[in-house]
Design a protein around this ligand. Structure first.
Ligand code: ADP
Ligand code: MG
Length: 549
């Protein structure tokens, strides 16, 4: 098998080889090398295990397209866990179509059903859909699946994770017996094997071991960092990297949302992606991410499943993945398509053993690195800017700015003009205050790390809460509007039903209290210092006696 290095050794027709060439695939991926000949020759069912990004769609898509006739009969049904994946698979298959006009239709919930009905009525040879919507069509009698040649379960483990087992069984029971079944899955938990035994005939098992996937193209590193410092550590890493176009994995939807918000608040082009976001919204976010308008996506595993974006520079495990499989799966999102990528994992000191377990099982080499120090960051930023400006000078790409330069030179000293321009362009980018301190994992503070926190913070009580439709964002905006205080200095905001809290450096806290003194009602100020016992307030803390605004 290792000898096969070309698509033309797999038994595909010239017509389809032409398409592959146009598409720009040079060599078949391991799962393609293994799957395609089987699909083209024998009649057995297939179980394929391979991680995301290994080219599974073409592995089944190429032979299936080869063997599908343009006759208006639905011969192929592909089931996928989410709308995004259904669309992705359908699009990939469309791009592999030869001149024979085979109809390929993605079918998913959330999309008006009328369009799907019209298309289905005209006859579609290949239907790619989510189990729920496929069942809908079966119930309406608008889709017939009793003349299938192929049935594909794509990302089968994920479909089971999402609770689709019953839907899948219902769908399978309506299909003709003599079809060929293909099941693809990144992992092979017993539930999948059971499903296969129940519904599949004699099958061949294909496995592309993750070892191949933890590609040499992915540089793997980890940082030991306390939980409470993760955000600051992340910001420093983003800032020190020249390019950061990344997926950040979070354990929960809530965490993903918080992180997405916190990153945007700090000025990054970031967003969150998780199951509580509506499908329309999710699609919009993904589209923005693809176009790099959003460069950082904080996501849960499920939401990120199958997202196929080639140029990611980083994948970051904000929390350590649950198991080695999941690790391999996540980091497989970078270092794709021959591009170098970096996989970063944050671990807290108690998670070290878990990381070692992952490292052993996944056969991965994960190197330890230190969080960049503030001095280092600022030096690096300065160097980068000097380089960028020198480039502009060399290329003389300063458009119509020369007249302004002469104007300024007439009135000021050159060094002062340049410094002022830098302040104008980069604001506080070089200011160490931008960064909070990070404790080293043994609890000490890194010494050369100057930050406002070292001067101490004040916990503020704000007499506005959820009931006033108040949010973290609104608090930051409000403070910024009234005081011009940078929202980065407003930390650890907690919004409860009737009131909120936030930590702010001493000096700024005084400024805020002063600014809002006039704004309260009933002669009560809107913002005051929190009493010490309010510092550790729990969500069920008894109602505040203070009157709300
Ligand atoms: P999977 O389903 O295994 O996650 P996909 O089928 O979505 O992977 O493929 C991932 C990406 O790799 C797609 O953009 C696809 O076009 C590309 N790809 C697939 N096979 C090859 C190949 N042989 N050479 C180069 N790129 C490929
Ligand atoms: Mg896929």
């Amino acid at each position: 098998m290792d000898k096969i290095n070309n698509f033309d050794e797999l038994g595909l027709s010239d017509e389809i080889l032409e398409v592959i060439k146009k598409k720009g695939f040079e060599k078949p991926s391991p799962i393609q090398t293994l799957t395609i000949p089987l699909l083209l020759t024998n009649e057995k069912d297939i179980i394929g295990q391979a991680q995301t990004g290994t080219g599974k769609t073409a592995a089944f898509g190429l032979p299936i397209i080869e063997n599908t006739e343009n006759n208006g009969i639905t011969q192929v049904l592909v089931l996928a866990p989410t709308r995004e994946l259904a669309i992705q698979v359908a699009e990939e298959m469309m791009s592999l179509r030869t001149n024979r006009e085979i109809g390929i239709l993605p079918v998913y919930g959330g999309q008006p059903i009328e369009g799907q009905l019209r298309r289905l009525k005209r006859g579609v040879e290949i239907v790619v859909g989510t189990p729920g919507r496929i069942l809908d069509h079966l119930k309406r009698g608008t889709l017939r699946i009793n003349q299938l040649s192929y049935l594909v379960l794509d990302e089968a483990d994920e479909m089971l994770n999402m609770g689709f087992i019953e839907d899948i069984e219902k769908i399978l029971s309506q299909t003709n017996k003599d079809k060929r079944m293909l099941l693809f899955s990144a992992t092979m938990p017993p539930r999948i094997v059971k499903l296969a035994q129940k519904f599949m005939g004699e099958y061949e098992e294909i496995k592309v071991s993750p070892k191949r996937l933890t590609v040499d193209l992915t540089d793997q590193i980890y940082f030991e960092v306390n939980s409470s410092d993760k955000f600051e550590a992340l910001c420093r890493i983003i800032d020190i990297e020249k390019e950061f176009y990344a997926l950040i994995f979070c354990r929960t939807k809530l965490k993903a949302q918080h992180l997405g918000n916190a990153l945007s608040d700090r000025g990054y082009d970031a967003a969150a992606l998780h199951g509580d976001i509506s499908q329309n919204q999710r699609e919009r976010i993904l589209d923005q991410f693809r176009k790099k308008r959003i460069r950082i996506l904080a996501a849960t595993d499920v939401a990120a499943r199958g997202i196929d974006i080639q140029e990611l520079t980083h994948v970051l495990n904000y929390s350590i993945p649950q198991d080695p499989n999941s690790y391999v799966h996540r980091i497989g999102r970078t270092g794709r398509a021959g591009k170098r990528g970096t996989a970063i994992t944050f671990i807290t000191p108690s998670e070290y053993r878990k990381l070692m377990h992952i490292q052993r099982t996944a056969n991965a080499e994960i190197r330890k690195e230190k969080i960049p120090k503030v001095k280092q960051l600022i030096n690096m930023k300065r160097k980068r800017i000097i380089k960028e400006i020198s480039e502009i000078i060399e290329k003389k790409t300063f458009d119509d700015n020369l007249p302004v330069a002469y104007d300024l030179l007439g009135d000021h000293k050159p060094d002062e003009i340049i410094a002022a321009l830098l302040t104008h362009a980069y604001k506080d980018d070089f200011s160490p205050e931008k960064y909070a301190k990070i404790r080293d994992v043994k609890g000490r503070t890194d010494k050369d790390n100057y930050s406002p926190d070292q001067k101490g913070t004040t916990r503020l009580f704000i007499a506005l809460g959820n009931k006033d439709n108040f949010t973290k964002r609104k608090l930051a905006d409000m403070i910024k509007k009234e005081t011009k205080i940078d929202s980065r200095l407003i930390r650890d905001i907690k919004v409860y039903d009737n009131f909120s809290f936030s930590d702010v450096p001493f000096a700024e806290a005084e400024q805020i209290i002063k600014a809002f003194r006039r704004m309260g009602r009933d002669n009560k100020p809107l913002v005051v210092k929190a009493k010490p016992e309010e510092k550790k307030v729990k969500p069920n803390f008894s109602r505040s006696k203070r009157k709300r605004r």
